[in-house]
Ligand binder design. Structure first.
Ligand code: FAD
Ligand SMILES: NC(=O)C1=CC=CN([C@@H]2O[C@H](COP(=O)(O)OP(=O)(O)OC[C@H]3O[C@@H](n4cnc5c(N)ncnc54)[C@H](OP(=O)(O)O)[C@@H]3O)[C@@H](O)[C@H]2O)C1
Length: 328
């Protein structure tokens, strides 16, 4: 098999960034994702009160190339700048904490970005890849139903590290590096209130206790929610200790912490939803950029190869595509 045909496992920011770069270079790609839609931790969840961002809620950009990509997304109408009234909370004391950082959000939801990046690229959803085999000349994938996919000349694995390490079994050195990149879980809760809460807070960095970040949907560009919707993210410490708590109990506990912290009267929410991210964030940043074996034509990328942020995933996916292209 001489032609170049690249399998990409994962349609989060890293996989889609790699796919777009390869497609732009005229390389055929085929994407796979275990979920029903694209986005991974940037996917938005449909609910009875509208679409909710239970994963990424905003992102920052420090890298020059990533900033250029964001300008393009802005021109496409996928993102807009978000300038929240920022606060911080420490030992139960809430204080304004404005800064000059540029922050971006997807419009009308985070998922607009990855949906835009996916465009009409070929993708197979609801397809959990369980094994990645290297034959004498090509790669073949097997999914959870036992079906084979391929042959492919190259494979890019763009999943969280624990899933990547299992799929890298054919390349033990890469698998063991991926295994060393542990990932922390995050409980995320959305609360919807019938009447807007009487507070100026739109985003709050919480320095201690069960919560780490609080944000208000209202005030973000492009949102049109009937309820006053808030997103709460628990710290990884608290999440680890409460990993198997039923969703109702997670909502009750985090609602209680939120109500105490936010500094105004908080009625019972009209709507609440909890989502547990088992592989929410890398436990520590790395400087790998991408893991790869150019001879075999296999690469692994994702936020865990750099910083555990959207920018890290974008940079890692870009680097995977670049490394593959220079090797052709
Ligand atoms: C609650 C939360 C809040 C966050 N907030 C922010 C923030 O404010 N700012 C910021 O910059 N970042 C934030 N992040 C981090 C950001 O979401 C991630 O860094 C980024 O989205 C990671 O992208 P990725 O492509 O590396 O991985 P993912 O988005 O995890 O994509 C991996 C994809 O692989 C698929 N997959 C996995 N295994 C398989 C398999 N075996 N077969 C097929 N498909 C598979 C998954 O379904 C998924 O779609 C947040 C994350 C969470 C969880
Ligand atoms: N899985 C997850 O839940 C997450 C994974 C990865 C990131 N997560 C959160 O994303 C936010 C984005 O981080 P970054 O892109 O670096 O954004 P910043 O807004 O720059 O925040 C970084 C960090 O700095 C502190 N901080 C920033 N601005 C302020 C401010 N105005 N006042 C007080 N503190 C600020 C804050 O860290 P602390 O340790 O001080 O709380 C921010 O977290 C980020 O919120 C991640 O939590 C989630």
């Amino acid at each position: 098999m001489n032609s170049v045909f690249v399998a990409i496992i994962g349609t989060g920011m890293a996989g889609l960034t790699a796919a777009r770069a390869l497609d732009k270079a005229g390389i055929a790609v085929q994407l796979f994702d275990k979920s029903r839609g694209s986005g991974g931790r940037m996917a938005s969840k449909r609910s009875e009160i509208g679409t909710l961002d239970m994963g990424t809620q905003y992102f920052t950009a420090r890298d020059r190339n990533f900033r250029t990509a964001i300008r393009e997304w802005q021109e496409q109408g996928w993102v807009a700048e978000w300038k929240p009234n920022l606060y911080q909370a420490r030992e139960g004391v809430l204080s304004a904490s404005p800064d000059e950082q540029e922050r971006w959000v997807g419009i009308p939801h985070t998922s607009a970005i990855t949906r835009g990046l996916l465009g009409d690229l070929p993708v197979t959803f609801s397809c959990r890849i369980t094994e990645v085999f290297h034959g004498p000349t090509h790669w073949t994938l097997q999914d959870a139903s036992g079906q084979g996919h391929g042959p492919f000349s190259h494979v890019i694995i763009a999943t969280p590290a624990p899933q990547a390490s299992a799929l890298l079994a054919a390349v033990p050195v890469l698998a063991s590096t991926a295994t060393s990149a542990t990932m922390d879980p995050v409980w995320s809760v959305a609360l919807g209130f019938e009447k807007p809460l009487p507070t100026e807070v739109q985003g709050c960095f919480v320095q201690d206790g069960p919560l780490e970040w609080i944000e208000r949907d209202r005030g973000k560009p492009g949102r049109d929610n009937r309820l006053d919707t808030w997103g709460l993210q628990a710290s990884s410490n608290w999440t680890r200790k409460n990993l198997d708590l039923p969703k109702e109990a997670v909502i009750e506990q985090l609602y209680g912490v939120f109500a105490e912290l936010i500094g105004c009267t908080v009625p019972a929410p009209a709507f609440a939803l909890a989502h547990r991210w088992l592989y929410g964030r890398p436990a520590q940043p790395h400087e790998w950029g991408v893991l790869g074996n150019a001879g075999l034509g296999v690469y692994a990328c994702g936020d865990w190869c750099l910083s555990g942020r959207v920018e890290g995933a974008w940079l890692s996916g870009s680097e995977a595509a670049r490394r593959l292209l220079v090797q052709l």
